[in-house]
Write a protein of this length. Sequence first.
Length: 190
Amino acid sequence: MKIICGLGNPGRQYEGNRHNIGFMVVEALASKWRASFTSTKWDAKLAQASFAGETVLLVLPQTFMNLSGVSLGGAARFYKVGPADVLVVHDELDLPFGKLQLKAGGGSGGHNGLNSIRESWGQEAYGRLRFGIGKPDGPGAKERVVGHVLGDFSKDEQHALPEFIGKSMEACELWVREGMQGAMNKFNRK
């Protein structure tokens, strides 16, 4: 079994936020794979799918971003899934909007969802699909980061979003089929 976990915040008021891109990608993947989020456990919405001969558990934590690790850690421990078989889809300030990068392990880079996974599950060696949301620049940029992350995508970004969500789904599927190294070799070079 493999787990793909999308990070975000539950609730209608957060649906279009940059911070919710992990939810958007995993929901699109579930739709493509005809998997329904019919189960809730570990404070998460769960959907089980079959792709490329693998059983894949799709996880959407409902704990709010800062406690995402409770959901992912609970699912991974229950199903005895190790970090090599987990992919977390999350927003990334340090990449320009729409830039996608598969990464094996690493630190949190200050991302509260990734911090929670380390604290709750005790792991950092899981895979990540980093979805670039860019960051504010110019005077006072640092003070605008929270508003940027919790803000909705701009009109131009919304127009481009379907293409990047589609590419994100391709990256997830490549990871399921070929594992992280194979997926990184093919996807990150694009």
